[in-house]
Write a protein that binds this ligand. Sequence first.
Ligand code: ADP
Ligand code: MG
Length: 135
Amino acid sequence: MSNSEQTLSIIKPDAVERNLESNIVDIFTKSGLQIVNKKKIHISKDEASSFYEVHQSKPFFNDLCNYLSSGPIIVMILKGENAVKKNREIMGSTDPKMAAPGTIRKLYGISIDKNSVHGSDSLDNAKKEIKFFFE
Ligand code: ADP
Ligand code: MG
Protein backbone atom coordinates (compact mmCIF):
# COMPACT_ATOMS: atom_id res chain seq x y z
CA MET A 1 0.00 0.00 0.00
CA SER A 2 1.31 3.40 -0.91
CA ASN A 3 1.25 6.09 1.75
CA SER A 4 2.72 9.15 0.10
CA GLU A 5 2.77 12.17 2.40
CA GLN A 6 4.17 15.67 2.45
CA THR A 7 5.98 17.20 5.41
CA LEU A 8 7.76 20.45 6.19
CA SER A 9 11.49 20.67 6.77
CA ILE A 10 13.45 23.77 7.77
CA ILE A 11 17.20 24.17 7.56
CA LYS A 12 17.78 26.45 10.54
CA PRO A 13 20.13 29.49 10.63
CA ASP A 14 23.10 27.62 12.11
CA ALA A 15 23.16 25.18 9.18
CA VAL A 16 22.43 27.77 6.46
CA GLU A 17 25.28 29.85 7.86
CA ARG A 18 27.66 26.88 7.54
CA ASN A 19 26.57 26.24 3.91
CA LEU A 20 25.09 22.83 4.75
CA GLU A 21 22.08 23.12 2.41
CA SER A 22 23.32 20.75 -0.28
CA ASN A 23 24.64 18.18 2.24
CA ILE A 24 21.25 18.12 4.00
CA VAL A 25 19.25 18.02 0.75
CA ASP A 26 21.41 15.06 -0.38
CA ILE A 27 20.61 13.16 2.81
CA PHE A 28 16.86 13.59 2.17
CA THR A 29 16.96 12.65 -1.51
CA LYS A 30 19.22 9.62 -0.92
CA SER A 31 16.70 8.42 1.67
CA GLY A 32 13.94 8.56 -0.93
CA LEU A 33 12.35 11.89 -0.02
CA GLN A 34 11.70 14.26 -2.89
CA ILE A 35 12.01 18.06 -2.51
CA VAL A 36 8.82 19.40 -4.10
CA ASN A 37 9.28 23.04 -3.10
CA LYS A 38 12.13 24.96 -1.49
CA LYS A 39 12.83 28.61 -0.72
CA LYS A 40 15.30 30.66 1.29
CA ILE A 41 13.64 33.25 3.51
CA HIS A 42 14.39 35.43 6.54
CA ILE A 43 11.42 35.55 8.90
CA SER A 44 10.64 38.17 11.56
CA LYS A 45 10.46 37.38 15.25
CA ASP A 46 6.67 37.74 15.11
CA GLU A 47 6.49 35.15 12.33
CA ALA A 48 8.76 32.82 14.30
CA SER A 49 6.53 33.24 17.37
CA SER A 50 3.50 32.39 15.31
CA PHE A 51 5.20 29.33 13.79
CA TYR A 52 6.33 28.03 17.21
CA GLU A 53 3.05 28.98 18.96
CA VAL A 54 2.71 25.49 20.53
CA HIS A 55 5.88 26.19 22.52
CA GLN A 56 4.81 29.59 23.85
CA SER A 57 4.67 28.44 27.48
CA LYS A 58 8.14 26.87 27.38
CA PRO A 59 11.05 28.61 29.15
CA PHE A 60 13.08 28.54 25.91
CA PHE A 61 10.34 30.12 23.74
CA ASN A 62 11.82 33.62 23.53
CA ASP A 63 15.31 32.34 22.67
CA LEU A 64 13.83 29.92 20.14
CA CYS A 65 11.98 32.71 18.30
CA ASN A 66 15.00 35.02 18.39
CA TYR A 67 17.08 32.21 16.99
CA LEU A 68 14.78 31.15 14.12
CA SER A 69 14.56 34.80 13.03
CA SER A 70 18.30 35.47 13.46
CA GLY A 71 19.25 34.71 9.85
CA PRO A 72 18.13 33.10 6.61
CA ILE A 73 16.42 29.70 6.75
CA ILE A 74 15.51 27.25 4.01
CA VAL A 75 11.97 25.89 4.08
CA MET A 76 11.17 22.78 2.06
CA ILE A 77 8.26 20.51 1.33
CA LEU A 78 9.43 16.88 1.41
CA LYS A 79 7.36 14.20 -0.25
CA GLY A 80 7.49 10.41 -0.10
CA GLU A 81 6.35 7.22 1.59
CA ASN A 82 5.64 7.95 5.28
CA ALA A 83 7.44 11.26 4.82
CA VAL A 84 6.54 12.66 8.26
CA LYS A 85 8.04 9.74 10.21
CA LYS A 86 10.89 9.23 7.77
CA ASN A 87 11.96 12.87 8.05
CA ARG A 88 11.94 12.66 11.86
CA GLU A 89 14.12 9.55 11.70
CA ILE A 90 16.58 11.17 9.30
CA MET A 91 16.74 14.30 11.53
CA GLY A 92 17.48 12.45 14.78
CA SER A 93 16.70 13.42 18.38
CA THR A 94 16.10 17.07 19.35
CA ASP A 95 19.35 17.07 21.35
CA PRO A 96 22.24 16.33 18.96
CA LYS A 97 24.09 14.62 21.83
CA MET A 98 21.32 12.00 21.95
CA ALA A 99 20.86 11.66 18.18
CA ALA A 100 21.66 8.37 16.44
CA PRO A 101 24.75 8.06 14.24
CA GLY A 102 24.19 9.19 10.66
CA THR A 103 21.26 11.49 11.49
CA ILE A 104 21.40 15.16 10.44
CA ARG A 105 21.42 16.39 14.02
CA LYS A 106 24.24 14.00 14.97
CA LEU A 107 26.26 15.03 11.92
CA TYR A 108 25.67 18.77 12.03
CA GLY A 109 23.80 19.85 15.19
CA ILE A 110 25.76 22.10 17.54
CA SER A 111 23.48 22.04 20.60
CA ILE A 112 19.84 21.47 21.57
CA ASP A 113 18.93 24.99 20.41
CA LYS A 114 21.18 25.04 17.33
CA ASN A 115 20.14 21.64 16.05
CA SER A 116 20.25 22.47 12.32
CA VAL A 117 16.79 21.29 11.21
CA HIS A 118 13.09 21.38 11.99
CA GLY A 119 10.62 18.71 10.90
CA SER A 120 6.85 18.44 11.34
CA ASP A 121 5.95 15.94 14.07
CA SER A 122 2.58 14.73 12.70
CA LEU A 123 0.64 14.72 9.46
CA ASP A 124 -1.76 17.34 10.86
CA ASN A 125 1.08 19.66 11.81
CA ALA A 126 2.77 19.02 8.47
CA LYS A 127 -0.33 20.33 6.69
CA LYS A 128 -0.49 23.41 8.94
CA GLU A 129 3.23 24.13 8.60
CA ILE A 130 3.24 23.74 4.81
CA LYS A 131 0.30 26.14 4.66
CA PHE A 132 2.14 28.57 6.95
CA PHE A 133 5.11 28.89 4.59
CA PHE A 134 3.72 28.11 1.16
CA GLU A 135 0.20 29.56 0.92
P1 ADP B 1 11.85 19.05 17.67
O1 ADP B 1 12.49 20.17 16.89
O2 ADP B 1 12.75 17.84 17.74
O3 ADP B 1 10.46 18.71 17.20
P2 ADP B 1 10.58 20.37 19.93
O4 ADP B 1 9.39 20.53 19.07
O5 ADP B 1 10.40 19.75 21.28
O6 ADP B 1 11.74 19.55 19.19
O7 ADP B 1 11.25 21.78 20.20
C1 ADP B 1 11.33 22.74 19.16
C2 ADP B 1 12.72 23.33 19.16
O8 ADP B 1 12.91 24.05 20.39
C3 ADP B 1 13.87 22.32 19.13
O9 ADP B 1 14.21 21.89 17.83
C4 ADP B 1 14.99 23.08 19.79
O10 ADP B 1 15.64 23.93 18.83
C5 ADP B 1 14.27 23.95 20.81
N1 ADP B 1 14.30 23.31 22.11
C6 ADP B 1 13.62 22.21 22.52
N2 ADP B 1 13.90 21.90 23.79
C7 ADP B 1 14.80 22.82 24.21
C8 ADP B 1 15.49 23.06 25.44
N3 ADP B 1 15.31 22.28 26.50
N4 ADP B 1 16.32 24.12 25.50
C9 ADP B 1 16.51 24.93 24.43
N5 ADP B 1 15.89 24.77 23.24
C10 ADP B 1 15.05 23.73 23.13
MG1 MG C 1 8.74 19.86 17.23
